[in-house]
Design a protein around this ligand. Sequence first.
Ligand code: NAD
Length: 545
Amino acid sequence: MSQASFRVPTPVNEPVLSYAPGSPERAELKQTLERMVAERLDIPLVIAGEAVRTGRLAEARMPHDHRHMLATYHQAEAPQVQAAIAAALAAKPAWEALPFADRAGVLLRAADLLATRYRPILNASTMLGQSKTAHQAEIDAACELIDFFRFNVTFAEHLLAEQPNNAPQVSNSFDYRALDGFVYAVTPFNFTSIAGNLPTAPALMGNTVVFKPSPSAMPSAWYIMELLREAGLPPGVINMVQGDPAMITAQVLAHPDLGGVHFTGSTAVFKSIWRMVGENMPHYHQYPRLVGETGGKDFIFAHASAGDDLEALAVGIVRGAFEYQGQKCSAAARAFIPKSVWPKLCERLVALTGEIKMGDVRDFRNFMGAVIHENAFKKISGYLDYARSAPGVKLLAGGKADGRRGWFIEPTVIQSDNPKDRLMCEEIFGPVITLHVYPDSAYEDTLRLCDQSTPYALTGSIFARDRKAIATASRLLRHAAGNFYINDKPTGAVVGQQPFGGSRASGTNDKAGSFLNLVRWTSPRTIKENFTPPIRVGYPYQGAE
Ligand code: NAD
């Protein structure tokens, strides 16, 4: 074994490629898209490094052209779930015992593969399977996942260097062990980077993982597994089991060796996982760690002085609300606008929204694709129907849905007189923003309303030129968002720059892309070595009465 001290390369955020006409990356991506559309993947389960085909098939289709099947995937039943848990437990001793440099080496190699050969593969599968534009795929499937791999290695290195004090003749240390048991990683459809990060962050800390990807993001999940295999991840360290989420989760959470859950998805599902873990408590050999990043109703709040920079506010709202069809957990979904700013802003919002091009993401002129699946389409359409008839609610732009070819919902701007209307409070998770116009004189009261009117606290923005107004908003909204933006849209967190996560109903706020997240995947052992152990039982004070 090497006796060298290992120094991790200093990470920098992966540069975002432009995909502008004539660029080499555009040509390569277009070719890969064509190739992937022409083939039909057959995605197996991955257990102990083996492809497992159960024959219980489900389909992955393109959201923007749902006649087209991209892949079939094999679904797990109970025996495969148990086999995946057994594989994770079997792989654990050797993986945990590997020196940190070797575990880190897998992720660093994965980052380099993804920055090069796998970049068009992961981008194209994310575009086709999740309906992201080239830019949205690039910032997610390529850049953010590369950043997660590289930055997590650096954060882990710093964590390992965090050691307790010594004393004369005594040496103390933290041994950063993996958790007892295995970790269950459950990922959402909307970020390929999250699908890559949730299983690998615990693995970096020595854990082994059962990974349940989203049924709505299977092609990109498969290529993540391929990428990790090629990067040298040993068999059994991350085992992929897809299929009925409720069945798989019930099997996994009932296992006595469940060591932790790394979840991102909706609030309702995470609450059900938490409840099940509580019910299974008597059977566990340890207390499972529960990390969940969940829903949001993210806000943009404008002060009257934002009227001086109207275009920045309008662009922040449009980009924040409509990029990736509003399906980012951080997407702007409600806004509070002062009356003095409203007439001009309304005009700009309607104009900018009207210019947005929506369609097949293979046509690079489009700014938006389709929403993920029929259920999302129906749910969002239901909110649009409601908006058309609800009292005090006005549809200002968009509002139409067309599911004939793909699950397309127009970017939609709604005004609501009632700040507590369901459009202002419930997570819709689509390209829909609802704005409430407030009297300029009610700034502080409306900030309090913004803080209290939803159960969530994920992201939010204040737009203002007036510094005092910014300070007031920062104070009154302190607990309203885990990621708070000043004069910027509430989306687009960058690993290493804006560690991500929210509290209240938005999650456990363990900040993906920071050392705080990695802390959850280690169970340190404190070691004391005494160089001069005492050789007498009694103490000096006993020498005389
Ligand atoms: P989802 O809750 O439907 O699914 C998330 C995962 O949970 C998937 O793997 C799914 O198969 C699984 N799942 C679904 N039902 C389950 C059940 N009954 N038991 C166990 N597992 C189950 O969420 P989604 O539609 O994939 O993603 C969108 C949601 O995720 C939104 O609410 C969004 O706000 C949230 N999200 C949050 C963050 C964050 O960092 N806070 C990031 C991304 C997405």
